[in-house]
Design a protein around this ligand. Structure first.
Ligand SMILES: [Zn+2]
Length: 311
């Protein structure tokens, strides 16, 4: 009788355990599924990125989702044993969905990191911030699925005063430049802000096309060239990432504007840009880190002095 009761209790226990196991397995499948689906779609869309190449990168599903529930994926190149990284670098492509080359270039750079990551920096790579724009049918769009230009949707300090005014008066309500109904209204923007907050990079590199230049916002010395691209500062726009990073966060933001949205630079040019970028990061990231440490210690000293005054 006792044996029978224990046996039936055990059987009863098996049901929830099995259910939990099935749920967690389903969660893992769903996660893989989102990355698989993204890679299938990206590989079918871009001439320079194959489905297999994308899948082999083992992108991480952050659980962040675009408007149309596509995965917002990252790849981390973490510190290497025994090597202290000079700092953290966040690279992002495809904030504008119709700038194909900006996504393909970031995939190429990930291939380089796959082969040569030495631990010099801790990299976080976002190959495609606006998947709904790139993968829109029949035609890729600059904006996200809500029709918002994500690079005008960042919560810059001037957003409330200027974003809509700028859109109306300077762009004549160009839908390609629509900043959204309020700052950080879009899931992609919120997700990227979360990446910045949690990763705390020293520098952000954003890849665009087709203006053929390097733009720079924020403190530190800008790179004078990346491959054939030369520094030309464009100024800031309300709600742009450069403005948000450079002015609001006082963080260096390098904007790489490739020469063509549809044609990739040559392999030699891609290597040259990467070499120049790493050289610049080597010089500037330690200075940035030092500046941040000094700023932190000033804040601590000031708060201690404040406490002393209270005492
Ligand atoms: Zn762009």
């Amino acid at each position: 009788m006792i044996k029978k009761t224990i046996g039936s209790r055990l059987r009863l226990l098996q049901v929830p355990v099995l259910f939990i196991f099935m749920c967690s397995s389903w969660g893992a499948f769903a996660q893989d599924d989102a990355i698989n689906r993204l890679c299938q779609q990206v590989g079918n869309k871009l001439g320079s990125v194959s489905i297999e190449q994308c899948l082999n990168l083992n992108l991480i599903d952050t659980q962040g989702r675009s408007n149309l529930k596509r995965a917002l994926a990252v790849k981390d190149y973490s510190p290497v044993d025994g090597v202290m990284p000079l700092g953290k670098v966040l690279i992002m492509g495809g904030i504008h969905g119709d700038e194909y080359s900006s996504v393909s270039l970031v995939f190429k750079w990930m291939e380089t990191l796959n082969k040569h990551h030495s631990g010099l920096f801790h990299w976080r790579v976002v190959p495609l911030m606006n998947p709904d724009g790139l993968l829109n049918i029949p035609k890729a769009t600059r904006q996200n699925a809500n029709g918002v230009d994500l690079n005008r949707n960042f919560p810059t300090s001037d957003w409330l005063d200027l974003a809509e005014k700028y859109w109306v008066k300077k762009t004549y309500r160009n839908p390609r430049r629509f900043p959204g109904h309020f700052a950080a209204s879009e899931p992609e923007t919120k997700w990227f802000l979360n990446q910045i907050n949690t990763f705390q990079p020293e520098v952000i590199i954003a890849v665009h096309a087709p203006h053929k230049l390097v733009d720079f916002d924020g403190p530190q010395q800008p790179p004078v060239k990346l491959g054939k691209l030369r520094l030309r500062r464009l100024g800031t726009y309300p709600g742009s990432l450069g403005n948000y990073g450079g002015t609001t966060l006082e963080m260096p933001v390098v904007t790489v504007e490739l020469a063509s949205a549809g044609i990739m630079p040559t392999d030699k040019e891609i290597r040259g840009m990467w070499r120049d970028l790493v050289r610049w990061l080597r010089a500037e990231v330690p200075k940035r880190r030092q500046a941040m440490l000094e700023k932190q210690s000033t804040v601590i000293t000031e708060s201690e002095n404040g406490q002393n005054n209270v005492e």
